[in-house]
Design a protein around this ligand. Structure first.
Ligand code: NAD
Length: 322
């Protein structure tokens, strides 16, 4: 079926999508947007019968049963990055493209990473707590200036390269490790590229921005922490499983690491008995990388544009599975 008079393609919005995304879809005469966010599962299934597009966040499992309920489906849009809850192969078998919004969170996550760094290097969270507790301690809160220190980014993709750009603005030296970048991209980024071990030894700040893969799972454990300077800081706003959190807690407690900032954890919410809760010089945020109005709006726009382009322009460029 093609978009035309009386043949609008239905896009079902299963979970809240920011107005910036709804407006893009709503502006297309060839599309009919049916927003069932907040409604019960039966309403979703009913809307899916005859739908050409579906937009989800993280809470709607797109499995065989759901795909079977939507025989006319051509595209599933994930407003966000992770697609673990979407059956990519099952969708591909049915010719359904799966698209996501990989860039919308980039700048906000890079900014939060630098926020974690400043908070760790200058003891900002602890200083705030001490004042609220009635204290006025200054000597113990002496920190580290970023200017002149070496920022080492592991994974110099979208977020990693944005973090390097922010590090440059602070006057930091720039190191990076990313075996998958072309020489051209490396020179554009303008950091010194090293293999992992060398980066760990030379960096004053190690910041992780890799995807979670078999290769990156547990990439920073005891052995890697031991290669880092005791004066160094570790940042992780990528995926929790990339770092061995028990090893990080131990390194902090034993003074083998100056500080750390974490936004992501192997288990979220962080379990009550996680050793990280007791670790010194650690600043933690609850997966807030993309939690800004700007990032949410950018993600909504990005996914809406990709869904629109698959349906109306037959652009499969952004598809993850076809
Ligand atoms: N904290 C948050 O809220 C938040 C928000 C968005 C993304 N993320 C996470 O941040 C991470 C980076 O996202 P992105 O958009 O920059 O991804 P990206 O794909 O643009 O960049 C990842 C980079 O890592 C590199 N890489 C892969 N394996 C590597 C390895 N073994 N060693 C070194 N480099 C390797 C890739 O070549 C790529 O350049 C992802 O894990 C993503 O899930 C977190």
């Amino acid at each position: 079926m093609h978009a035309g008079a009386g043949a609008r393609l239905r896009v079902v919005v299963a979970e809240t999508l920011e107005p910036e995304g709804l407006e893009i879809l709503g502006a297309e005469p060839g599309l009919e947007v049916v927003d069932v966010s907040g409604a019960d599962p039966a309403a979703l299934l009913e809307a899916l019968d005859g739908a050409a597009g579906l937009i989800v966040r993280g809470a709607t499992t797109v499995d065989e049963a759901l795909l079977a309920a939507a025989p006319g489906l051509r595209v599933v849009g994930r407003a966000g990055v992770g697609v673990d809850h979407i059956d990519l192969e099952g969708a591909a078998r049915r010719g359904v493209a799966v698209v996501n919004a990989p860039s919308g969170n980039t700048l906000s996550t890079a900014e939060l990473t630098i926020g974690l760094l400043l908070a760790a290097a200058r003891h900002i969270a602890r200083a705030d707590r001490s004042i609220r507790e009635g204290a006025w301690i200054r000597k113990e809160l002496r920190g580290a200036q970023l200017h002149g220190r070496a920022l080492g980014v592991i994974g110099a993709g979208r977020i990693g390269s944005a973090v390097l750009g922010l590090g440059r603005a602070f006057g930091m030296g720039l190191l990076a490790c990313d075996p998958y970048l072309t020489a051209e991209r490396r020179s554009e980024i303008g950091a010194e590229f090293l293999e992992l071990g060398r980066l760990l030894e030379r960096a004053d700040v190690v910041s992780l921005h890799v995807p979670l893969t078999e290769e990156t799972r547990g990439m920073i454990g005891e052995a890697e922490l031991a290669r880092m300077k005791p004066s160094a800081f570790l940042l992780n706003a990528s995926r929790g499983e990339v770092v061995d959190e028990v090893a990080v807690a131990r390194a902090l407690s034993e003074g083998r690491l100056a500080g750390a900032g974490l936004d992501v954890y192997p288990r979220e919410p962080l379990p009550q008995d996680s050793p990280l809760r007791e670790a010194p010089n650690l600043v933690m945020t609850p997966h807030l990388g993309g939690a800004t109005d700007e990032a949410k709006a950018a993600v909504a726009r990005e996914v809406a544009i990709s869904v629109r382009d698959v349906l109306l322009r037959r652009d499969l460029g952004p598809a993850l599975n076809l």
